[in-house]
Design a binder for this molecule. Structure first.
Ligand code: HPA
Ligand code: ZN
Length: 359
């Protein structure tokens, strides 16, 4: 195992673009919030809850995930959840995050949308002021519910649209293709929002085509199954679409059999703009740097691959060109500083994609 690469992965600045904030709810916090809110849990203790985190597929995970979030009732619960995540990933040198929240799951439990958004937003504001982490907030529609339900949610979100940055699509993929939501995403686009959708996690390449053609997404979440279709890979590379890949999630949900079979390096070789993300870190065994570590431990990851992955995270973020340039400058600085062949020369702000140090 390469200690130097592990340190570099830890140290390099990065953006996380695929994070369900409810998926950062650690078992300890589930129990703390249950006590605070008087919620009865079906598990006697933290260890028994953690022991239940063994999944054969996406649906088995989702069943526990929706149960876990039942302790989130008040504005301060959403604040604590989000603030805890931000302080945790600050240690991983995450400098920008674009997070999902599953508004409909909370609405179904009777939690008003303003409670959800204001708790999350207050923590994001603190994250900017106290940790220097910038952020975007994405309301993700649940695809196992109807398009009508999504439209109703959009209506409820209307007074808070200035606090949202985009819309996503998650939950049970197979049997709930993107086409089911074509009209509601057309409306979101008309309103000027960015769009992303989970596609090709378990579902076929056709769902990725639908996300591109019918939802007109700005990026694809997961997208693993795109590799089954060479024409689709060309299309994604031609259009420069970012894929928000989640290695530990893929392992835990049996999307890949072993980490040494993870396709992320193949994605990079084929020119796909893959990024590394944690998805639901409390459930899948780690935060973003744990995902980098798993890749380094199991695949022949190079320094150039790390650079490309971090670079892709900024290129795929919904931030301004100036912000991208600033982040890439810092990324280049870290790589130049840690280049074993470098004599420590001038660091240019390169936007060419070439790794500083020149190898
Ligand atoms: O990985 C995921 N896939 C689909 N829906 C989800 N909701 C939380 N995590 C996920
Ligand atoms: Zn996800």
């Amino acid at each position: 195992m390469n200690e130097e690469l592990l340190q570099l992965a830890q140290r390099m600045p990065k953006a996380e673009l695929h994070l369900h904030i409810e998926g950062s709810l650690e078992p300890e916090m589930v129990f703390r919030l249950a006590l605070r809110n008087g919620v009865r849990l079906n598990y006697p203790n933290v260890n028994s809850l953690r022991a239940a985190y063994a999944f054969n597929n996406l649906q088995e995970f989702l069943n526990i995930y929706y149960t876990g979030m039942s302790v989130l009732l008040k504005e301060e619960d959403f604040f604590d959840l989000t603030w805890t995540y931000l302080t945790r990933v600050h240690q991983d040198n995450v400098v920008h995050v674009e997070m999902f929240f599953d508004s409909q799951a909370h609405l179904e439990r009777g939690i008003p949308i303003d409670v959800q958004i204001s708790g999350i937003r207050r923590a994001l504001q603190n994250g900017k002021e106290q940790l220097g982490i910038s952020s975007k907030l994405i309301l993700s529609f649940l695809r196992h519910l109807s398009e009508e339900h999504a439209f109703e949610t959009l209506k409820l979100a209307k007074p808070f649209l200035d606090q949202l940055d985009g819309f996503g699509l998650d939950s049970t993929e197979i049997g709930n293709p993107p086409e089911k939501f074509a009209r509601v995403f057309a409306r979101c686009r008309e309103l000027g929002f960015k769009i992303t959708a989970h596609a090709g996690e378990e579902g076929p390449p056709d769902y990725v085509y639908q996300a591109l053609d019918l939802l007109r997404v700005d990026r694809i979440d997961h997208g693993n199954r795109s590799l089954d279709d060479a024409v689709l890979v060309h299309r994604l590379t031609d259009e420069g679409k970012t894929l928000t890949v989640c290695p530990l999630s893929n392992l835990k949900l049996c999307v890949v059999k072993d980490m040494d079979q993870h396709p992320i390096l193949t994605m990079l070789k084929r020119g796909l703009k893959a990024t590394v993300n944690s998805d639901d870190p409390a459930y899948f065994g780690g935060y973003v740097n744990d995902n980098y570590r798993a890749l380094i431990e199991h695949l022949p990851v190079t320094r150039e691959d790390l650079y490309q992955l971090a670079r892709n995270s900024f290129e795929g973020a919904w931030i301004t060109e100036e912000e991208k340039t600033k982040h890439l400058h810092e990324l280049n600085r870290v790589f130049a500083q840690t280049d074993p062949l470098s004599t420590g020369g001038e660091i240019s702000c390169n936007r060419t994609g070439k790794i500083p140090g020149g190898r």
